[in-house]
Design a protein around this ligand. Structure first.
Ligand code: NAP
Ligand code: GDD
Length: 315
């Protein structure tokens, strides 16, 4: 069972589990319009059920009905700026939502294996470089604070009720399926539009922030591996390399033969009340225990995202 199956990671994870022979059930929330774009190609291979992280009774009923062996809790309000404008809702979804799923597991079948989508945003104002499973947390946004709650409630339920519950501390991972408001996709989409004559500029915020960016398809493999271990544990998943936003911008424009300095406008509207300046993860434990390594490099990631947006937008 995957909560958040309509999101970037949900769609890649569903593909991976189907390939491994799983029955896959995705939970989606009711909307008046169709938002299943990322899973349309899987429509005849997955089952979809309606529920909401805000609603305990729907969560418990779905888990009781499906009786999954594994639950991947990917659903969340995941956009950091929205967490500043909607902090209470972000807490309800991204923090308390985790407890609701865990309560459903506890009530229905404590042997269900549970994965929580935790985040490098929890490191925030980083207390060590690189960040590992032992680095203290210092979140810098309501989203980061909510994810920290989700992380600790997962650890707490594991220790209190002996659940197989794990927290994957994943660093930024991207793809051509990334939401267009996140910086990498905003850049690849903007570059494609400029190249095709559909736009003349790209307005961005802080170009000096540094992120450890990987490919989402690689990262869902780590989620699955975490639920296949003899003992539940928490893992940092990252590439171990960091780049400035400016590097992503420069490479993306270079991939279509353009100079970013002619098109990028820095717009303070996209600055955040508090910024996370530098993220770089230490993936040593994931490599040692899970035998996990990313396959797609930063450079290849930039190229494939721009190429995909060019293909999508080309008349
Ligand atoms: P995403 O594309 O924003 O997808 C979020 C998913 O959550 C969507 O399917 C969304 O459904 C669903 N959702 C939101 N609120 C819900 C609610 N109240 N009830 C049920 N479903 C709800 O996020 P993503 O990039 O795939 O990330 C997956 C998870 O990993 C998230 O928890 C995110 O915070 C975490 N994470 C992501 C990264 C990253 O770099 N991508 C890194 C670390 C952690 P709708 O389609 O209906 O909106
Ligand atoms: N979104 C956005 N838009 N970010 C910008 C822009 C812009 O125009 N200009 C500069 N940035 C900078 C942000 O200030 C931030 O430092 C960096 O680009 C990355 O921003 P996002 O792509 O929005 O991602 P994020 O790092 O805040 O959060 C993502 O990664 C987390 C893991 O570390 C999200 O996927 C979270 O859900 C995830 O947990």
């Amino acid at each position: 069972m995957i909560t958040g199956i309509t999101g970037q990671d949900g769609s890649y994870l569903a593909e991976l589990l189907l390939d491994a022979g799983y029955r896959v059930v995705g939970m989606t929330r009711r909307t008046s319009t169709d938002v299943h774009e990322r899973i349309r190609h899987l429509a005849d291979r997955i089952e979809v059920c309606s529920g909401d992280l805000l609603d305990q009774s729907s969560m418990t009923a779905i888990v009781a009905d499906i009786r999954p062996h594994e639950i991947y809790n990917l659903a969340a309000q995941s956009f950091v700026p929205a967490s500043f404008s909607q902090p209470v809702l972000t807490g309800e979804f991204t923090a308390l939502g985790v407890t609701r799923v865990l309560e459903a597991v506890r009530a229905v079948d404590p042997s269900i294996r549970f994965y929580q989508a935790s985040s490098s945003e929890m490191f925030g104002k980083v207390q060590a470089v690189p960040q590992s499973e032992h680095t203290p947390f210092y979140p810098r946004s309501p989203y980061g604070v909510a994810k920290l709650y989700g992380h600790w409630i997962t650890v707490n339920y594991r220790e209190s009720y002996d659940l197989y519950a794990v927290s994957g501390i994943l660093f930024n991972h991207e793809s051509e399926r990334r939401g267009k408001e996140f910086v990498t996709r905003k850049i690849s989409d903007g570059v494609a539009r400029i190249k095709l004559g559909l736009a003349t500029e790209l307005r961005l915020g802080n170009l000096d922030a540094q992120r450890d960016w990987g490919f989402a398809g690689d990262y869902v493999r780590a989620m699955w591996l975490m639920l296949q271990q003899p003992e539940p544990d928490d893992y940092v998943v990252s590439t171990g390399r960091t780049h400035h936003v400016r590097d992503f911008v420069r490479l993306a424009f270079e991939s279509v033969g353009l100079d970013y300095e002619r098109y990028v406008v820095v717009d303070p509207r996209f600055y955040r009340p508090a910024e996370v300046d530098l993220l770089i993860g230490d993936p040593a434990k994931a490599k040692r225990v899970l035998n996990w390594e990313p396959a797609v490099s930063f450079e290849a990631l930039v190229e494939r995202m721009v190429a995909a947006d060019l293909d999508r937008l080309r008349p």
